[in-house]
Design a protein around this ligand. Structure first.
Ligand SMILES: C[S@@+](CC[C@H](N)C(=O)[O-])C[C@H]1O[C@@H](n2cnc3c(N)ncnc32)[C@H](O)[C@@H]1O
Length: 318
């Protein structure tokens, strides 16, 4: 028994309820402007992608429709409307929710800028001369394998009921280790603006995992930017606001990691700056647990909360 994959957009119905496990990441590609179907496919896939560290890319349109107005109301109490407010949305996944926040934030603070950032803004597709494609993270960690007609997840085991898939998966994982071990990883290309690179072993291609609508906003409005950044590093420029939603979670990182993330936020904020920390506890309708902290007198003071507040509170305030 085996299960073949989906690798042609025409054959994939993003509205269907069937699993997307066997859908190729190649279908993440969308034009600018994107078609409605490209957007629907992108959003459907993005919801389910899990990176090698265990963190999901999960986000979706209007996830923060109730939270954004609450945040904006708090910000207007802390900053004058004419402030050249510099806001940053960290671990923003495909940056769609950041672009939606930008809409209301820029109305309230006409001089504001908003930078949406994430550790991973693209995946890499490596295709060798045998027609095998490996979809990997920018550091080379494998996520998916594709060779017609199979699409195989390289993170989780293929189900027992598909023994051929399991056999091919084991082979693909081993092959990727051999390929990866036999090359020096093209770090320079990864960090460059170039999108494609041909080598004797195969072709590398970047597949953007930034939502087409967020890319469109970034190209039409210079106040909205997209950048690569890790929550464990301070941002390159000091700012007034940092939002970290659904990243500095106990489920993802141990206390040391959470503290390091909090220190990065602290070092990134101007004095009096505001940190919005929280997680989404239910998706439909979205329900969040959030705390607003203010940087003052050498650490953070709590300003306000949504629901019971962020699970980070004991760590930050203790
Ligand atoms: C669950 S998503 C959250 C997306 C968005 N903030 C939201 O709440 O809808 C978590 C994101 O964190 C990103 N991520 C994982 N480790 C990271 C790190 N060290 N620095 C920045 N982003 C990271 C992942 O790429 C993923 O897009």
């Amino acid at each position: 028994m085996w299960k073949t994959g989906t690798f042609e957009a025409e054959k994939f119905d993003p509205a269907s309820t069937s699993t997307v496990r066997w859908v190729s990441y190649r279908l993440l590609e969308a034009g600018i402007p994107p078609t409605e179907k490209e957007v629907a496919i992108f959003e459907r896939l993005m919801f389910h992608i899990q990176l090698s560290g265990g963190v999901y890319r999960t986000t979706f349109a209007n996830r923060f429709r109730d939270l954004d107005p609450w945040i904006n109301a708090a910000l207007i109490k802390n900053f004058h409307q004419s402030t050249h407010l510099q806001a940053q949305d960290w671990a923003a996944s495909d940056c769609l929710t950041s672009s939606q926040w930008a809409g209301s934030l820029f109305q309230l603070f006409p001089n504001a800028t908003l930078t949406a950032s994430d550790l991973t803004l693209f995946l890499i597709e490596f295709t060798n001369s045998d027609g095998e494609s490996y979809f990997v993270e920018p550091d080379g960690n494998p996520l998916q394998y594709f060779r017609k007609p199979f699409v195989l997840n390289l993170k989780d085991e293929e189900p027992w009921m598909f023994p051929l898939n399991r056999m091919l998966q084991t082979r693909a994982k081993r092959r990727w280790e051999e390929i990866r071990g036999g090359m020096s990883w093209p770090r320079q290309w990864v960090q460059s603006e170039a999108t494609e690179m041909a080598t004797p072993g195969g072709v590398f291609r970047k597949i953007l995992v930034v939502h087409p609508k967020a890319r469109q906003l970034a190209s039409s409005n210079p106040a909205f930017r997209i950048a690569q950044h890790s929550v464990f590093e301070p941002s390159p420029a000091l700012c007034h606001v940092v939002r970290t939603m659904n990243i500095l979670n106990k489920a993802y990182f141990p206390c040391d990691g959470l503290r390091k993330g909090a220190e990065s936020v602290y070092e990134s904020l101007l004095d009096g700056g505001v940190w919005i920390a929280g997680r989404t506890v239910r998706d439909s309708p979205p329900q969040h647990e959030v705390t607003l902290f203010r940087k003052e007198n050498g650490w953070f003071r709590k300003l306000d909360q949504v629901g019971p507040g962020s699970e980070l509170e004991p760590l930050i305030l203790g």
